[in-house]
Ligand binder design. Structure first.
Ligand code: OAD
Length: 261
C-alpha cells in the first residue's frame, strides 16, 4: 500500500473488534455489473431508472420492468465475485466481528463467502408476489432473456395468481425493517466502518457511515471517485475496490489474498 494514509488505516484496522463493511454498486463494478445509474444501456437506453425501478413503472408495464430485472439477474449469474468481494469475505476470518451491509441486489458477497449479508435494497434472487407477498421460487436455470424489445411476461403467483415482482426496493418504497435496524445497530456498535463503492446519495442507506462515525468508529472509504461521503470519512482511499481492498486488507492481515478460495 503506497498511500501515505494507509499506515494509519492499517493500525486502526488491526485493532478493530467490531467492523461494518458498507458496500454499493462500485464493489461489483469489476465483476462487470453496471453501477446502478449505468444499468440503462442497450435495450433500455431510452428509459430512466426512475421509470423502471418504481411500483408505478411495474404497474404501467410489468413486462418491461420484469424484463429489465431478469436481464440484470442473468448478468449477475454470469458474473463472478471480484477480489474486493473475496477480500471482504476473508477479512471476517481475521477479526472478531464483521458485518457486511450492502445496497446491492446481487449475491456476489455471498458467492465470495460472506455470511449474514444485510441487503438494505433487497435482492434480485428473492422475487415475490406483488399482490400477496408470497416468495416466488425462481427456477434454477438462468433466467429467460427478454424478447427483442426487452419485455418478458412476469410469472404468476402459485397461491393467489397475482403478478410476481422483483424482490428489490423501488423508489418510494420502504426498506426492509429487519435489515435496516440490524444495519443501524451494527453501525452504532462498530469501532471501524469500511465504506466501499457507493455514491452515498440514497437515504436512509447513506446514513449508515454517519451513524458509525457519530458512535466513535473510524470510517474509511474506498471509492474510484469522489462521493457524498468524502467529508464524513476519516480516510479516503481512491481507486478501484478490486485493487485497493486486497492491497489494504492483505497488508493488515497477510492471510487475506482477495483470491477465490
Ligand atoms: P452508484 O451508481 O450511485 O454509485 C457507485 C459508486 O461506486 C460511485 O461513487 C462510483 O464512483 C463508485 N465506483 C464505481 N466503480 C468503482 C470501483 N471499481 N471501485 C470502487 N468504487 C467504484 O451506486 P450506489 O451508491 O450503490 O437503490 O447506489 C445506491 C442506490 O442508488 C442503489 O442501491 C439503488 C440506487 O437508487 C435502489 O435500488 C433502491
Amino acid at each position: 500500500m503506497k498511500d501515505p494514509l494507509a499506515s494509519e488505516v492499517l493500525r486502526e484496522l488491526r485493532k478493530a473488534q467490531r467492523v461494518v463493511v458498507f458496500t454499493g454498486a462500485g464493489v461489483s463494478a469489476e465483476s462487470g455489473i453496471a453501477t446502478f445509474r449505468d444499468a440503462l444501456t442497450g435495450l433500455w437506453t431510452h428509459f430512466r431508472a426512475e421509470d423502471l425501478a418504481t411500483p408505478e413503472g411495474f404497474q404501467r408495464d410489468p413486462e418491461l420492468v420484469w424484463g429489465w430485472y431478469e436481464a440484470r439477474r442473468a448478468q449477475v449469474l454470469r458474473a463472478r465475485p471480484n477480489p474486493a468481494h473475496h477480500a471482504i469475505a476473508q477479512l471476517a476470518t481475521h477479526l472478531p466481528r464483521v458485518t457486511v451491509v450492502t445496497q446491492n441486489v446481487d449475491d456476489l458477497h455471498e458467492r465470495a463467502g460472506s455470511a449474514g449479508v444485510l441487503h438494505l435494497h433487497g435482492s434480485l434472487h428473492a422475487p415475490r408476489c406483488a399482490r400477496c407477498g408470497a416468495r416466488y421460487p425462481l427456477p434454477e436455470a438462468s433466467p429467460q432473456e427478454p424478447s427483442g424489445e426487452g419485455r418478458l411476461a412476469p410469472p404468476r403467483c402459485g397461491l393467489c395468481g397475482g403478478l410476481v415482482r422483483p424482490g428489490v426496493v423501488w423508489f418510494g418504497e420502504m426498506l426492509p425493517e429487519r435489515e435496516l435496524v440490524a444495519a443501524q445497530r451494527a453501525a452504532l456498535g462498530s469501532d471501524f466502518l469500511l465504506c466501499v463503492g457507493t455514491s452515498g446519495v440514497v437515504w436512509p442507506a447513506a446514513g449508515i457511515p454517519g451513524i458509525a462515525r457519530d458512535a466513535g468508529a473510524t470510517v474509511v472509504q474506498v471509492n474510484a471517485d469522489a462521493s457524498d461521503l468524502d467529508a464524513l470519512c476519516h480516510f479516503n482511499l481512491r481507486g478501484p475496490a478490486g485493487e485497493v481492498l486486497p492491497a489494504l486488507l492483505s497488508a493488515a492481515f497477510p492471510g487475506v489474498t482477495g483470491e477465490a478460495r
